[in-house]
Design a protein around this ligand. Structure first.
Ligand SMILES: Cc1cc2nc3c(=O)[nH]c(=O)nc-3n(C[C@H](O)[C@H](O)[C@H](O)COP(=O)(O)O)c2cc1C
Length: 298
């Protein structure tokens, strides 16, 4: 298979300067080891006594700190700055660990993507954002658009290092599977393999794509949004309830992406009741008054 020139991407990667530590291993070794014993637990919300109209739970403290306005295209600002700002501010992001296969089956690919989300359930729809155009497509996008198929795997704590390794800028045709040491498992509706270590995987077909153009360099294609329709779900049996409609976070132990080279784990949660208008507003005179007062003042 002809190899696409990815020199531009390799150079761009150098410009990003993701690693903030001159000696990463030194910084890492000074940190506490991974806490395997950390249990997933539920806590109260910051203010369990919160009621309608109360606003933020910090007593208004945040209102005293001014904001900085940023025009993404202001003089001297690079797109790398926007990239770093966005991936550090829109957090935590789920990570779609995407397995693809070329149409002829000669090449397979595995890579993490955190421009990723579920956007509907009937049909099950997912989005993946590729930071490239079709012309200089990342291997996953190339395989996805050729084969129209992929598998989305959710990254769990027990294979985070392997999943991160799959982000390596390997040339097209060199598979990341063996580099990661992860185990391919067969799928039912797509030819690409799912990651057997994953607690949750989704087989999917490409529904549509849309390519985007740079505002800074008009004409340059810099992004592709892919919409994937889920055709099969795979859930490790100990993570699934009897009704097959809930995945236990205690087993899933999902890894999210934060800014830069930072990942997050989810070990603490809280619950809040979904408010019902009739029950909590319409039938309560003081709250109804509040809605009215606010509306008048806006
Ligand atoms: C956690 C993580 C999330 C990433 N998210 C994205 C993303 O959303 N979009 C993207 O284009 N690249 C993303 N990358 C970079 C790709 O994984 C990387 O470019 C990879 O080499 C692409 O592989 P491929 O060329 O084999 O498809 C991410 C990397 C990591 C480590």
């Amino acid at each position: 298979m002809a190899s696409q020139d990815n020199t531009g991407r390799v150079n761009a990667e150098k410009d990003i300067k993701r690693n903030p530590h001159p000696d990463f291993k030194k910084v890492e070794s000074a940190r506490d080891p991974w806490d395997k014993s950390l249990e997933f637990n539920f806590k109260q919300t910051p203010n369990p006594e919160w009621k309608f109209g109360d606003g933020a739970n910090d007593g208004g403290a945040t209102l005293n700190i001014p904001h900085v306005e940023i025009d993404p295209y202001e003089e001297g600002r690079s797109s790398v700055s926007n990239y770093k700002l966005l991936i550090s501010g829109i957090i935590p992001r789920p990570i779609g660990f995407i397995s693809t296969r070329s149409k002829d089956g000669s090449s397979t690919n595995l890579a993490p993507f955190s421009y990723f989300q579920v956007i509907n359930h009937d049909p099950p729809l997912f989005t993946i954002g590729f930071a490239c155009g079709f012309e200089n497509a990342k291997d996953s996008l190339r395989n996805l658009s050729e084969s129209q198929e992929c598998v989305i795997n959710i990254i769990s704590e027990h294979y985070v290092e392997a999943a991160n390794a799959a982000s390596i800028n390997a040339p097209y045709g060199e598979t990341e599977w063996s580099l990661t040491g992860l185990t391919p498992a067969p799928c039912s509706t797509v030819k690409a393999s799912r990651v057997k270590e994953a607690i949750f995987s989704v087989e999917g077909k490409l529904e549509s794509t849309r390519e985007f153009e740079s505002r800074a360099t008009p004409g340059k294609k810099t992004g592709v949004l892919a919409i994937i329709e889920g055709t099969r779900f795979w859930v490790r049996e100990d993570a699934l309830n009897d009704d097959k409609n809930l995945i236990d976070p205690v087993v899933l132990r999902p890894i999210s992406r934060l800014g830069g080279i930072t990942y997050g784990r989810t070990t603490e949660a809280m619950e809040l009741l979904r408010p019902d208008y009739q029950e909590s507003v319409a039938s309560k005179e003081e709250v109804k008054k509040l809605v009215k007062a606010k509306a008048d003042g806006q």
